[in-house]
Design a protein around this ligand. Structure first.
Ligand SMILES: [Zn+2]
Ligand SMILES: [Zn+2]
Length: 465
């Protein structure tokens, strides 16, 4: 045992205070950082080729993907939670507590959760938020059961012999119906346009004297779409098909369009919807293909065997070489083979002319003007639509010579005043009773009064038990 040295203790106390004070400064600066991230996210600063704000953060400032997603999520959440944001900006609560609280906080419950973050340690806040989510999930389950029980569809004859349809579906079944109706509307639309053009030219030559047809209203289109859905379902014997087939996209595209998107020609999805020439080039980049040739009268003349655009052996080598999407900062493992020079324009299906791209970035290259070329040394260069190259690794940011001094000066300019106890929780060592805290604070167990004056609860949240 060493003899106690009062000098050493006071030195260590000072060091501890310094750590606590600098931490509060860093939390205050984090609030400003999150403000910037939110603005950057809202204004789409990352959408120059990145999948998300998190992917950009990960690439640009070296956060691991999970931490980057959390930053972006917390930044967005704080946009609607001004009290939590302000407490972080004053260095009064830590980012760790804010990260936990924003998982459940809403503008209505923010005040109560702010009291929790002030009173408890980061671990307390984590536990309370877990309990809070459990109550929320139970409420969700009850709601889902209620929706399931209330589902129903009545189909009954109206006064005039027409059929009236009225119903209620669960959200996911409703989403399926909406997708089916939308697909059916889109499929009816080109037919309608074709009909309109034919009748239009007929009227012009004076053969048919019908007045110009009014375009159908949305409810009328929905009704037609529902009929098409019913016809299609009966035609296919109510067989929804294998999951892979259900969403398979078949594109009929004329060869000149594949070679050059500016060429006139048709690109049509199997259900009749037109897609842009650039989209059909992307879909054809890595696909099965059947070559059909039509003669001058449009009759199908010759049909080749079904072949993969990229043979299996080359695909395996491509995956082994690229591992995942090659777009800077991406690396998503599920990726498609992209022909740097499209096969329809004579580009060979060789490793040097191929690169793996995820679906998001494959679209960026074909449809959004991003460019990709392979240099003579084999490396890839990606460019934004304006021609600027996107570096694989961004330039490191300029760091001030004395970061701490800069931090304190910037905080002073933002009127942040902190000391070594700004971040200290109000907790005095009492046992935490999560169930009690949830009972007092959760709006499902203790509804929030309309009158904001009766908010927050009078009881300090962590001082239970
Ligand atoms: Zn491609
Ligand atoms: Zn990608």
């Amino acid at each position: 045992m060493q003899t106690p040295d009062p000098q050493m203790y006071s030195d260590l106390d000072r060091l501890g205070d310094e750590i606590a004070e600098l931490s509060a400064h860093l939390e205050a600066a984090t609030a400003r950082l999150l403000d910037r991230i939110r603005e950057f996210d809202e204004r789409g600063g990352w959408s120059n080729g990145f999948r998300s704000c998190a992917a950009w953060l990960s690439w640009r400032v070296g956060l691991d993907p999970r931490a980057a997603r959390e930053r972006a999520r917390v930044a967005r959440a704080l946009g609607t939670l001004p009290r939590l944001a302000a407490a972080l900006a004053r260095g009064e609560i830590s980012y760790a507590k804010v990260r936990a609280a924003t998982r459940v906080a809403t503008p209505e419950t923010e005040e109560r959760l702010l009291a929790v973050t002030r009173a408890g340690t980061a671990e307390h806040v984590e536990r309370i938020v877990r309990g809070w989510r459990y109550v929320d999930r139970q409420a969700e389950r009850r709601e889902a059961t209620r929706q399931h029980v209330l589902r129903g569809l009545s189909v009954y004859p109206g006064d005039d012999g027409s059929v009236v349809v009225r119903g209620r579906l669960t959200p996911e079944a409703g989403a399926l119906l909406l997708r089916a109706l939308e697909a059916a509307r889109e499929s009816l639309c080109p037919r309608r346009r074709r009909t309109a053009t034919t009748s239009g030219s007929a009227t012009a030559t004076g053969v048919v004297q019908n007045g110009p047809a009014e375009p159908p209203t949305l409810p009328q289109q929905q009704a037609d779409a529902l009929v098409l859905v019913a016809e299609t379902a009966l035609h296919h014997g109510l067989d929804p098909g294998a999951p892979g087939e259900r969403y398979q996209v078949v594109v009929h595209v004329e060869a000149p369009v594949l070679a050059n998107a500016d060429q006139p020609g048709q690109s049509v999805l199997e259900d009749g919807a037109c897609v842009s020439a650039k989209t059909s080039q992307r879909l054809a980049c890595d696909a099965s293909r059947v070559v059909m040739r039509e003669d001058a009268d449009g009759r199908l003349g010759e049909m080749g065997a079904r072949t993969r655009t990229i043979p299996a052996a080359i695909r395996r080598a491509l995956h082994r070489r690229d591992h995942g999407c090659r777009f800077p900062g991406c690396g998503v493992r599920i990726a498609e083979g992209h022909h740097i020079k499209h096969w329809a324009r004579g580009g060979p299906t060789t490793l040097s002319n191929l690169a793996l791209l995820c679906r998001r970035h494959h679209r960026a290259v074909h449809e959004e003007g991003y460019q990709l070329e392979r240099n003579t040394d084999g490396a890839l260069t990606f460019r934004r639509p304006n021609g600027w190259t996107i570096p694989d690794v961004p330039d490191p940011p300029a760091v001030p010579a004395d970061p701490k001094k800069t931090l304190l000066e910037t905080n002073a300019a933002h009127a942040v005043t902190v000391d070594s106890h700004t971040l200290t929780p109000e907790w005095r060592g009492e046992r935490l009773d999560v169930g009690y805290v949830i009972d007092v604070l959760h709006p499902l167990t203790n509804p929030i009064a309309e009158d904001p004056a009766s908010n927050p609860p009078t009881e300090p949240p962590a001082a239970a038990g």
